[in-house]
Design a protein around this ligand. Structure first.
Ligand SMILES: Cc1cc2nc3c(=O)[nH]c(=O)nc-3n(C[C@H](O)[C@H](O)[C@H](O)COP(=O)(O)OP(=O)(O)OC[C@H]3O[C@@H](n4cnc5c(N)ncnc54)[C@H](O)[C@@H]3O)c2cc1C
Length: 751
């Protein structure tokens, strides 16, 4: 069955049902021979092992007998194409294979040294550093990795816009490299287009994917690595996918295979066509070529054949989130060679489990929609609402749809070539109707089934159903809406849409004697109207090409960086592509911050932030209100009860009650000896509410009240200084002015 990222229909037979990560470990360990046995191996065994390691490296995108392009750029060897390069490749493959054999453990240089001869020490350093800083090893969310996080930030400061997979991947990586990082997210939740919604009845919820759902190709997939690190089982999406005609009758095997064959032959013909036409076909759409070819070869002429072919076209429109009439005939499948191999999988319990793990330890600020990004030699300034935050660099991961709408203003404007690429690349729609039923009436053994439409214009409407009963914890069925139908879908009342889906389902299951009940709950997505996305995922539109993805990925002046699914030429439109783009940009930022084309003064803005933290500490020498562990400072010129000030909480020991749901406070460094000082913004009214609470309860109850009832989020001074520097400066300057006036008035009266 087809899922985004793989463009041809694959309805293969499968044997196994679930992955067991321990079995995967054993499998890889056997493949590698197990590190402990390595030193007693014969020459032949070692050669065999070297070959296997090369195959693993190959599956991760490294050439067997050459350097990766990035390795060349990073000058990993002093001389190309000689013995040194060959030895490097063997060492690099060994490191990659060692880490992939056990992704739960941090792989140190010391461990590699045990299995690699001393004479290759330099190559080992070179390969290890390259793989480490480019996110090929030791990435992810394995709990033991926490111990490897630097205690203090030693590198510059980075603001990341967007807490989707790209932003979160970059944030974790940058924190691990020693950067000071904050993430600004416009929504009130992380994950972006990965959105697992709890649906169903209280006490019996199911986890339902409203956005990215299928891990497309499990081999070498970084999301598979995360799943293994968290010991989350994966369920292979089974290949059985029966199709039903518009009257609900099963499509016969013969005609099904015949039309599938026609479809694949037509795509082969498209390939031949573009080989003949070359670049002159750049303005021709895939849809027009397919239709011309269909007519030319007079195939799929009977109504049922035409409907079946339309079903395959809808499937293609789903994979690309775009109408065939918009896709480039030449480049629509330019990413095919990089497709992740292996089965397509669902993650048990939903993809939010990956998001949740990725968020741990990352300072994320929600409901912060960025409107302006200023960048220049002195650093960057990001404006979200009434807050202005400065840093050394900014990583923008907002979806292509948002860039197209220009809701984020760049000062200075982005380079012309980037603006053109933003305009040219396509960003289309896929929508879903997610339903939770009282039972799995469609059959436990089915993960997918499809339904044909009577006419071409509606071929994408509910053309494919995904059953998530194996992984979601409930009887969840999701109907997909692709192509043209996905556009009109958002203008239609959800009750009408639900009525249509149910009639399709009743048309299929009624004649089988299976009653289709009303769903317990249903949700219709509207990704096109979502102001933080404006669509679902990218595709190569007519007039654009894969190189537009590269242009989107280019940084501007080593200050402004870009990540996200639409910045990866190899893996666009996917969750793993987004994740990999975040790792990629973290290493770009790392290189830029110490590279030969230096940033003017990489620490300047960082110092600004540190300066703000000092101001913060000074402000609390003379608080406006203080009781118990709480001190408050306000702008003296604004007595409005809703005006915002700053609260500092001093705690002697870490309280488990402190953490909010996102665990933000848990990230704060804590010293055993010094009391911990935490900060948040607070209104005058809230300050008085807290004061009243202090009369009834102790510090624990005040903290609970603060986090749970008032919804305030405490953070350390540096993070707070980054997010609230304009408030801090404002309060400090107003207080200074009032103090000066008092001194002046005092002086006058004294005289
Ligand atoms: C319906 C649907 C189904 C899909 N199915 C699959 C699938 O089965 N398999 C697969 O691999 N992929 C699938 N995808 C694609 C996949 O979900 C995305 O490619 C991936 O999640 C994108 O991640 P990202 O980090 O690039 O962007 P996002 O996840 O969109 O993250 C960007 C973040 O930026 C935030 N943001 C936007 N503007 C601002 C602003 N001005 N200020 C602050 N924050 C802002 C957004 O709120 C968002 O959180 C699907 C997508 C959709 C919509």
């Amino acid at each position: 069955m087809e899922t985004p990222g793989s463009k041809r229909l694959l309805r293969k037979k499968s044997l196994s049902r679930s992955y067991d990560e321990n079995l995967m470990d054993d499998y890889l360990d056997n493949q590698l021979g197990g590190s402990t046995r390595k030193r007693f191996r014969t020459k032949q065994e070692l050669e065999k092992e070297t070959e296997k390691e090369a195959m693993i490296a190959l599956s991760l995108g490294f050439p067997i007998d050459a350097l990766h392009e990035e390795e060349r750029k990073a000058n990993v060897v002093s001389q190309l194409d000689g013995k040194e390069q060959n030895d490097y490749i063997v060492v690099r493959n060994h490191i990659l294979a060692r880490w992939r054999a056990n992704v739960q453990a941090w792989l140190s240089k010391g461990q590699i040294k045990e299995t690699v001869s001393n004479e290759y020490g330099q190559l080992l350093n070179s390969a290890y550093d390259f793989l480490m800083f480019n996110g090929y090893i030791n990435f992810g969310v394995s709990p033991p990795f926490k111990a490897q996080m630097p205690e203090e930030a030693t590198e510059g400061s980075v603001i990341i816009i967007g807490a989707g997979l790209a932003g979160l991947a970059a944030a974790r990586q940058l924190l691990a490299f020693g950067f000071k990082v904050i993430v600004l997210e416009g929504r009130n939740r992380p994950g972006g287009r990965v959105y697992t919604q709890k649906m169903g009845q209280k006490g019996n919820y199911a986890a339902v994917e409203l956005g990215g759902s299928v891990i497309t190709g499990i081999h070498a997939n970084p999301l598979g690595v995360l799943a293994r690190q968290l010991s989350i089982p994966l369920h292979k999406v089974r290949d059985k996918c029966p199709l039903y005609d518009p009257e609900g009758r099963p499509v016969g095997d013969e005609i099904d295979s015949k039309v599938e064959h026609i479809f694949n032959r037509l795509l082969d013909k498209v390939t031949e066509f573009r080989q003949i036409m070359g670049k002159s076909a750049a303005d021709i759409s895939l849809g027009s070529v397919l239709e011309r070819l269909r007519q030319m070869y007079t195939v799929a002429t009977k109504p049922e054949e035409k409907q079946l072919l339309d079903w395959h076209f809808a499937n293609l429109e789903y994979a690309n989130a775009g109408c065939l009439s918009h896709l480039s005939a030449v480049y629509w499948d330019q990413d095919d060679p990089y497709e992740m191999s292996g089965d397509h999988c669902f993650l048990a319990g939903g993809n939010w489990r990956l998001i949740e793990a990725l968020c741990e330890g990352v300072p994320i600020f929600y409901n912060k929609t960025v409107e302006t990004i200023r960048y220049g030699n002195d650093g960057v300034e990001v404006i979200a609402g009434d807050q202005t935050i400065q840093a050394d660099m900014v990583l923008c991961t907002v979806p292509l749809g948002v860039l197209k709408k220009k809701t984020v203003k760049f000062i200075p404007e982005l380079p012309e070539r980037k603006l053109k690429a933003i305009e040219k690349l396509g960003f289309g729609l896929l929508n879903k109707v997610a339903m939770v039923f009282p039972s799995v009436f469609w059959g436990e053994d089915l993960d997918t089934f499809g339904c044909l439409s009577k006419n071409s214009a509606t071929r994408g409407e509910f053309f494919l159903f995904y059953g998530y009963h194996t992984v979601s914890g409930g009887s969840v069925l999701v109907a997909l809406v692709a192509g043209e139908a996905a556009q009109s879908f958002e203008q239609t009342q959800p009750s009408t849409l639900l009525h249509r889906v149910l009639s399709i389902l009743r048309g299929i299951y009624g004649p089988k004697g299976v009653e289709v009940p009303d769903p317990i709950q249903s949700i219709c997505t509207k990704w096109g109207n979502d102001p933080l996305s404006y669509g679902s995922y990218s595709h190569v539109r007519v007039h654009s090409s894969g190189s537009d993805y590269d242009i989107l990925a280019e940084n501007v002046e080593n200050r402004l960086f870009f990540a996200g699914e639409a910045t990866t030429r190899q893996h666009p439109a996917t969750m793993h592509g987004a994740y990999l783009s975040g790792l990629r940009e973290a290493s770009c930022i790392y290189r830029a911050s110490r590279g030969s084309k230096p940033i003017h003064n990489p620490r300047k803005s960082f110092r600004k932030v540190v300066g703000v933290s000092d101001t913060l500490v000074n402000l609390f020498k003379y608080p406006d209100i203080a009781f118990g562990n709480f001190s408050f400072v306000f702008d003296p010129s604004n007595q409005d009860p809703k005006s915002t000030g700053i609260l500092m909480v001093t705690v002697d020991s870490f309280s488990s009650e402190l953490g909010d749901d996102n665990g933000k406070v848990k990230n704060t460094q804590q010293s055993d000896k010094q009391p911990l000082k935490l900060y948040t913004t607070v209104t005058r009214v809230q300050a008085h509410e807290l004061e009243s609470e202090s009369e009834v309860g102790g510090v624990e109850s005040q903290l609970k009240y603060l986090c749970k009832s008032l919804g305030l989020k405490l953070m350390g001074s540096d993070s707070f200084a980054l997010i609230a520097n304009s408030l801090i400066s404002n309060v400090a300057s107003r207080r200074a002015r009032v103090r000066n006036r008092r001194v002046a008035v005092g002086n006058v009266s004294y005289k």
